[in-house]
Design a binder for this molecule. Structure first.
Ligand SMILES: [Zn+2]
Length: 446
């Protein structure tokens, strides 16, 4: 019990930084721009969420009942949905009431925006139309440095499929999974049946979404024994909910929502290609993690505290560096190694076709193997103050220029980091395309 509590504490800093791969939209543009199913798709007509829900409410009610049956059978440590939240078709609902019923049945934040917007591709040049205010799309406070750019679209507009799906691939980080547990601030978590926050600090906003955006499927049995709560993660639930909604939308003639839900589903599997989202403590051995917790239990907390800070710092430094290189390449319209890796579809068919077991047995089985190697490369390549100094918190002084900071590092060492990131972005692209193929195959299945 005590070890369990100590491991729980180990998570506080790690999970509050849970924003894998930063903004997903820039890498999604590169991963999908040459995929024929996306690039050659007929542009789609924009439709509001309310119009889609109203038109298809019978089918949506039937699907959401099936999703719950699927989740009970397929998600480990699943928290069943209370029957009071079942989605029931009701033609007399107002738009607002129907939308709320849908959010409750999905068990997502009830203030989720689902705004009509796109996030343009930085590679397409400067944006010449007014930007939407951040809060139109996002429910969380606007940070001092924002990489997202939102522009409005309206029902009836025609937009490219690439824009819809790449924009939506970041959307789950815009507040949809915030405060869903009973010990989080706010009201809806008290009724959703997810129980108390699996790990992390319930008062920290991003901690509350971490169990939906991380999945620890490949830890040692000792770690699960010490922290059974580590199994209470729900990215499989979200990927299933949104991908099956996408299939329904495509089949019933709502391609805008087909691609929007596809983008939402992509987010969760993209997060899991980041090894810091698929492993508890990259670079730290199980005996070291357990020892740190045992020492903390007997009144010597410094080893554990240091590990907490260092894991958080390495996690953040990796995401910041990757975000910078992908964003810089887009602005420069450059085909860098990272861009070529994101686009490269030559390995897609080396994986099994998409299935219910793909995330656990293929995707995270792969990303988990990168954890220790990537941690080692980060430590060897980035300045000590970013990755090896527990007295510093990465990013606490604002935006960090990791690209600038490592420009003087030995080129061969830098190449090792760049190659590892390119490999992981290659996996990000391949698994994203394979999920899209899986969804499209179901659309064609009667
Ligand atoms: Zn996420």
């Amino acid at each position: 019990m005590k070890i369990k509590c100590s491991l729980l504490a180990l998570f506080i800093l790690v999970s509050t930084h849970a924003m894998a791969w930063g903004n997903h939209t820039p890498p999604s543009y590169r991963a999908l721009e040459n995929m024929p199913e996306v690039a050659n798709a007929t542009p789609v007509k924009v439709e509001s969420l309310d119009a889609f829900l109203k038109a298809e409410e019978q089918g949506i009610a039937a699907l959401m009942a099936k999703q719950e049956i699927w989740a009970r059978a397929n998600v480990d440590a699943y928290a069943a949905r209370p029957t009071a939240l079942d989605y029931k078709a009701n033609p007399n609902y107002t738009d607002a009431a129907r939308r709320l019923a849908f959010f409750k049945a999905l068990r997502i934040a009830q203030d989720s925006r689902f705004a009509l917007y796109i996030h343009p591709d930085a590679r397409a040049g400067e944006i010449t139309v007014p930007l939407l205010p951040y809060s139109t799309v996002h429910t969380l406070p606007e940070p001092p440095v924002v990489s997202e750019r939102f522009i409005a679209i309206n029902p009836g507009d025609t937009v490219s499929v690439l824009q819809v799906v790449a924009s939506a691939s970041s959307e789950p980080d815009y507040g949809l999974d915030i405060n869903l547990f009973e010990d989080n601030p706010g009201e809806w978590g008290k009724t959703y049946g997810f129980g108390t926050l699996s790990f992390g600090n319930p008062a920290y906003t991003y901690s509350s979404q971490a169990p939906f955006h991380m999945g620890f499927f490949h830890e040692s049995s000792v770690i699960y024994k010490a922290g059974p709560f580590l199994k209470r993660t729900f990215p499989l639930l979200r990927a299933h909910q949104y991908s099956t909604l996408a299939v329904l939308a495509f089949k019933t003639g709502h391609p805008y929502w087909g691609w929007r839900f596809t983008g939402l589903a992509l987010h969760y599997i993209q997060d899991l290609t980041q090894p810091y989202h698929a492993r508890l403590s990259p670079g730290e051995s199980t005996p070291r993690v357990i020892s740190a917790n045992v020492l903390a239990m007997i009144g010597l907390p410094s080893m554990k505290q240091n590990i907490i800070v260092l894991l958080g710092n390495r996690h953040m430094a990796l995401e910041q560096y990757q975000s910078q290189i992908v964003r810089n390449a887009a602005k420069a319209k450059a085909d860098t190694a990272a861009v070529l890796a994101l686009r490269n579809g030559s390995k897609d068919a080396s994986y099994p076709p998409w299935s219910d077991s793909y995330i656990k047995e293929v995707l995270t089985a792969q990303s988990a193997t990168y954890a220790d190697r990537v941690a080692g490369i980060l430590i060897a390549t980035l300045p000590g103050e970013f990755v090896n100094d527990p007295t510093q918190t990465f990013g606490s002084n604002g935006d960090v220029d990791v690209v600038g900071a490592i420009s003087k590092v030995d080129a061969a060492q830098r190449a090792e980091l760049d190659n590892a990131i390119a490999e992981m972005l290659g996996n990000y692209g391949a698994h994203s395309r394979n999920l899209i193929r899986g969804i499209q195959k179901l659309v064609k299945t009667p």
